[in-house]
Design a protein around this ligand. Structure first.
Ligand SMILES: [Zn+2]
Length: 410
């Protein structure tokens, strides 16, 4: 009988204090001593990667002690008389119990199926090679022709001019970290949203050439993604799908040409680090202060002073009744009901998450946006990086003439 286990050898004479753990095979059985008289001795063989031929221990009259107090945890120690060594074995408890039972039967001279194997030619159990979990490709020649192993957890493919994300990559469902930076990717299929990625680096690509970001809100990706880098992608807008990524903590959008950040950014409840340096922002939405940012980097942007023309315009307050959806959304917001697509119709969830809010708290859907109407309030942002020669203005939406008057924008 053979078991695959972890072992430590402790020599009682040399008293070495730090026995090394090894992945080992321990075998037990009879070893025929002479062919003629068919005599055989009971033996235990200990195979380790350092000793592939195994170290043989006689068993009969050679066991000093057996320590089995922790057998239910899969641990036992066999203490031999010669050599004066303790063999500590750790493995699956059921296997270990069966092994020690076999040893006991052997010592009692009883036969057992498990003792039938001839130990003369015994070898170690081949240890399966570890599954590949990480691959880095930085040259075209390194791209595997036979495809990537499905066991991959981390994949880096950069600087090889990749134009698209293949379906094969979309099927690597064990991936948690994917770095495809410094390529020429302009298109990502919707199937990409099936991946359960935690970290995704797509910086220095050409995603601005495409307008489809539905992959971002794929069933799995939306739930798992924590870190997303879309820096330097020729993006001239903020993909609205981003605001659905409730678990994203770090979002990098630097070195693009983004002019506006949507009011719905307040839906990114876990966002803490927002990088928007070197873009074309003229203002920020007033809701930016609702996101509990540790860092907002808006260095090198194009913040413009208050836009006189818009401020002087008349607020379009209509007396027509509000749509039923908007009334329902306002009720959810006012009563602070949990916003979840399990309990609310999805259209309502979308409306609540995306529509701007008046500073009084009412949702404003379809109301005009007052661009750069006030100086931005950034009190809740712990670290703000910006060019100090420009003030940051905020776009606002107001629900009524009364609220507009309070903000003195009439
Ligand atoms: Zn209001």
């Amino acid at each position: 009988m053979k078991i695959l286990c972890e072992t430590q050898i402790f020599n009682r004479q040399t008293n070495s204090n730090k026995p090394k753990t090894a992945k080992a095979t321990v075998a037990i059985g009879f070893h025929p001593t002479t062919k003629q008289d068919n005599k055989s001795t009971l033996e235990l063989i200990h195979f380790t990667p350092q000793n592939r031929n195994g170290v043989r221990y006689k068993i009969s009259d050679n066991i000093e002690n057996m320590f089995t107090k922790f057998i239910n945890d899969g641990k036992a120690t066999i203490s031999f008389k010669t050599p004066p060594e303790n063999l500590m074995i750790k493995c699956d408890p059921i296997q270990l119990k069966s092994f020690l039972q076999t040893l006991k039967l052997g010592l009692q001279g009883k036969s057992s199926m498990n003792l039938k194997s001839n130990l003369a030619a015994a070898t170690a159990i081949p240890v399966k090679s570890q599954p590949i979990t990480k691959i880095v490709v930085t040259k075209r020649a390194e791209y595997p022709l036979k495809g990537f192993p499905r066991s991959l957890k981390q994949l880096t493919v950069n600087g090889i001019g990749l134009h698209k994300v293949t379906f094969e990559i979309c099927s690597l469902t064990n991936l948690t970290t994917l770095k495809l930076n410094d390529n020429s990717i302009s298109k990502i299929p919707n199937e990409f949203g099936r991946l359960r990625l935690i970290e995704l680096d797509l910086s220095n690509n050409a995603l601005g050439e495409d307008t489809n970001f539905r992959w971002l809100i794929g069933k799995e990706l939306k739930k798992t993604l924590c870190e997303l880098d879309l820096s330097n992608n020729k993006l001239d807008y903020f993909p609205i799908e981003l605001i659905k990524l409730e678990n994203v903590v770090t979002l990098k959008l630097s070195h693009n040409s983004i002019k506006k950040v949507p009011f719905g950014i307040r839906g990114m409840k876990n966002l803490r680090y927002l990088h928007l340096s070197t873009n074309k922002l003229e203002s920020l939405p007033s809701s930016i202060d609702e996101v509990k940012l540790e860092l907002l980097d808006v260095w090198e942007n194009n913040f413009q002073p208050i836009c006189e023309k818009t401020v002087e315009g008349r607020l379009n307050v209509t007396n027509s009744p509000q749509s039923l959806w908007l009334m329902a959304a306002n009720a959810v917001s006012n009563f602070r009901l949990p916003i979840s697509s399990r309990t609310l119709p999805w259209i309502l969830v979308d409306l609540i998450c995306e529509s701007p809010k008046c500073f009084c708290g009412r949702l404003c859907y379809g109301e005009p946006v007052w661009e750069r109407a006030i100086e931005a309030t950034l009190d809740n942002i712990k670290q703000l990086v910006f060019s100090r020669d420009r003030l940051i203005y905020a776009d606002i939406v107001v629900c009524s003439a009364a609220c507009a008057a309070k903000k003195a924008i009439f």
